[in-house]
Design a protein around this ligand. Structure first.
Ligand code: NAG
Ligand code: NAG
Ligand code: NAG
Ligand code: NAG
Ligand code: NAG
Ligand code: NAG
Ligand code: NAG
Ligand code: NAG
Ligand code: NAG
Length: 624
């Protein structure tokens, strides 16, 4: 009798432990089928450590990087935190004193049953006091996944704001409280949805004021990040330069990528953004390496040999290290467990809109401009076989556009990395078209436009980052369809490309940057606004009858500060398929309009006293 009780007790314990390991999605990610990528959960369960969790002293554990949420569905959202005995990231496959890993990926052996799993509970509530918890659960984390926790909170109501937190099991050691909103159901008649759209946040290049400003204004429902969330190169010296990178140099190993992404996540403005809103991110090149494509990146010279060694790591291994760290640290769903590179996915947000997130970068992209092969890319840019996405994703993309229209969604937002519209950059006379943007893949762009025009799919807005500048265009099939730049007639949608959070833009003075924008709008008739001086972001407010884009600029990212300037506003009326005229009501703060004025508010920073001289002070100050 006694032995039976013992037996059933340990069975219960085993099943609880098992359930908790599987609750943490990072044990499966990025792939269950590739043991060197995902963690082998069955083996983990068999390990001594898995079944005999040591009671951690809750005080020795810290929520090191606040909380985050993402990929909202009508009934579920991804919740994220990190609970760890140390701020330091896990080396996973190397033995470190006091932090011995469980599983050695190189030998495929377990080393030692230590340290033990950390247990956390998550709770989701309709209020900040957690007096009415609507869903909760338990998850484990270990050094194998860098002590990250990623769970799917289920059983939620559509388009509803919730609060969430994590607690170390059996203790009062709690994470900060996060807030998120579920998405509307596909058939809900939701009247408006707001997004803040970011890209190109380079930590050593400047402060993340853009993230902080949007979060503090609190006017949006979700955050979209179009990539270049981290940068792979190193800069500065830690302890000396306030924004020096960690690790110091270019990153290659899993440990490197974990450490870099973790460092970014210590930034208070980025943390605030993650804490206040659910994110829907995609990566661009720098999450892996500059100007990447299917088989390599600009620094690798591996066009023929995909295993050129850099830092002792093959190209493919490096990419997988980056991908694994990304899945561990970002509150993103993996929609296909059999496809460890897949981040392309879509969201049906009521009858109002469909959000289609693409990977034009790392998934299956044909060779890109790697700097040294510019001439070659210009020669092959019109080749019909070239693709940014690969056949599988391309087919899915066109089907998504059609299905969205067929189901009666008013708008289609395409979250993509690189600028879609043709941009004849006359300042660069030798190669005026950017071979690393859609301009290097013109057949893929034509196929997209052909699909939209032939199927009469209206109200599509391409969103883009990557370029560190603002570009607002009517979406048109140039040289194929009649287009009237004065009225917008002939368009099939719009493009809103946004500047960087902190990566450098045109440079120079406002006047020189604006001169360059004047040349650009002159050379590109569908380009209705160009701006390259300010760092910032834009908000997209979508309603049934119209969509409004509001562009914001940070006067400087050399300091952490709460100032921002309204740069320009745009309206698109449903059914019009181009920017509403007068574009931006004829007035913007900076850059150049195809038709209209630039009216500066004159913001200056006295660098000696570090004081601001701003005309419209009240409008530009967003309180901490
Ligand atoms: C949405 O509105 C349409 C048309 O007004 C109506 O037929 C439909 O039932 C509404 N759907 C919901 C979920 O309220
Ligand atoms: C394991 O660590 C070594 C040394 O740092 C590194 O070269 C290798 O790429 C790592 N393996 C994985 C899977 O990260
Ligand atoms: C890549 O190859 C090109 C052409 O051979 C050469 O000019 C360049 O220096 C190489 N880059 C690296 C990083 O090896
Ligand atoms: C770019 O503009 C220049 C000047 O108008 C023109 O000569 C050139 O043909 C254009 N290039 C492309 C690719 O459109
Ligand atoms: C794309 O379409 C334009 C307009 O029809 C055409 O001039 C161009 O040759 C096409 N390019 C490719 C690569 O299909
Ligand atoms: C954009 O719209 C906002 C809100 O209506 C307004 O305060 C701001 O001045 C506008 N910006 C520009 C550049 O017109
Ligand atoms: C342009 O001005 C009209 C009238 O004041 C206003 O309703 C509209 O929102 C403005 N458009 C933009 C893009 O700010
Ligand atoms: C901005 O500066 C220009 C030139 O100094 C001046 O003419 C203009 O009145 C200023 N605008 C504002 C809003 O202060
Ligand atoms: C601040 O603005 C005033 C008047 O608008 C001007 O006289 C002064 O030179 C400005 N100071 C700086 C540092 O730009």
């Amino acid at each position: 009798m006694r032995s039976l009780i013992t037996w059933s007790t340990s069975l219960t314990l085993a099943s609880v432990v098992t359930a908790s390991f599987e609750t943490n999605l990072n044990y499966n990610s990025p792939s269950r089928r590739h043991p060197s990528l995902g963690v082998d959960v069955p083996k983990l369960k068999l390990s001594k450590r898995g079944l005999e969790p040591r009671a951690w002293d809750p005080a020795e554990l810290k929520f090191t990087h606040n909380v985050a949420s993402g990929d909202p569905y009508p009934d579920s959202v991804i919740l994220w935190t990190r609970i760890s005995p140390s701020l330091e990231n896990d080396k996973s496959n190397v033995t470190v004193k006091g932090n011995v890993p469980l599983y050695n990926h190189d030998t495929e052996r377990y080393i030692k049953a230590s340290p033990n799993p950390v247990c956390v509970e998550y709770e989701v509530s309709k209020n900040e006091k957690f007096s009415s918890v609507v869903t909760k659960g338990t998850a484990y984390t270990t050094s194998d996944i860098d002590y990250t926790v990623k769970v799917e909170a289920t059983g939620l109501a559509p388009f509803t704001t919730y609060y969430y937190r994590f607690t170390v099991c059996g203790s009062t050691n709690r994470s900060p409280v996060g807030r998120m909103k579920t998405s509307p159901g596909p058939d809900d008649n939701v009247s408006k949805i707001g997004f803040a759209v970011f890209s190109c946040s380079n930590y050593p290049n400047g402060y993340f004021n853009a993230y902080g400003n949007a979060a503090r204004k609190d006017k949006i429902d979700y955050v979209l990040h179009l990539g270049d969330y981290i940068y792979e190169t190193g800069k500065g010296t830690l302890g000396k330069d306030p924004r020096a990178t960690n690790p110091k140099g270019t990153i290659y190993t899993l440990y490197d990528y974990r450490t870099r992404i973790a460092q970014y996540r210590t930034d208070p403005d980025l943390q605030l953004s993650h804490q206040r809103n659910a994110w829907i991110p995609v990566w661009d090149d720098h999450e892996v390496s500059n100007n990447g494509y299917r088989d390599g990146a600009s620094a690798l010279n591996n066009t023929e040999d995909s295993f050129v060694k850099v830092g002792g790591i093959s190209v493919d291994q490096r990419k997988m290290n980056a991908v694994r760290a990304y899945f561990e640290w970002m509150p993103i769903r993996q929609v296909d467990m059999d496809d460890n590179l897949r981040i392309w996915r879509s969201f049906q947000m009521g009858k109002l809109l469909d959000l289609i997130m693409l990977d034009t970068r790392n998934y299956d992209r044909s060779i890109t401009d790697l700097d040294w092969n510019k001439g070659y890319i210009q020669k092959i840019k019109d080749d019909a076989g070239r693709t940014l996405m690969g056949g599988r994703q391309e087919n899915w993309f066109y089907n998504q556009l059609s299905k969205s229209h067929e189901r009666g969604a008013t708008w289609r937002l395409v979250g993509n990395q690189i600028v879609f519209s043709r941009i004849n950059n006359t300042a660069n006379a030798n190669s005026p078209l950017n071979g690393d943007a859609w301009d290097g893949y013109t057949a893929n762009r034509n196929r997209t436009l052909e699909h939209l025009y032939n199927n009469r799919i209206p109200n599509t807005a391409f969103l883009a980052g990557d370029s560190h500048a603002n570009w607002v265009s009517d979406l048109v099939w140039l040289d194929e369809k009649e287009y009237n730049p004065a009225t917008g007639d002939g368009g099939i949608g719009v493009e809103f490309a946004g500047t960087a959070v902190s990566s450098s833009g045109f440079g120079g003075t406002i006047a020189s940057a604006n001169k360059r924008s004047q040349d650009l709008v002159k050379a590109n008739k569908e380009l209705q606004w160009s701006e390259g001086y300010y760092r910032g972001y834009y908000e997209l407010h979508v309603k049934k009858g119209e969509m409004r884009a509001e562009y914001y600029g940070c006067p400087t990212v050399a300091t952490r500060n709460p100032f921002e300037i309204s740069l320009a506003n745009f309206t698109v009326k449903a059914g019009e398929n181009h920017l509403t005229r007068n574009v931006a009501n004829g007035t913007v703060e900076s850059g150049a309009l195809q038709t209209g004025n630039v009216k500066q508010t004159n913001v200056t920073l006295d660098t000696e006293t570090n004081t601001w001289n701003i005309t419209k002070f009240d409008q530009m100050f967003i309180k901490y």
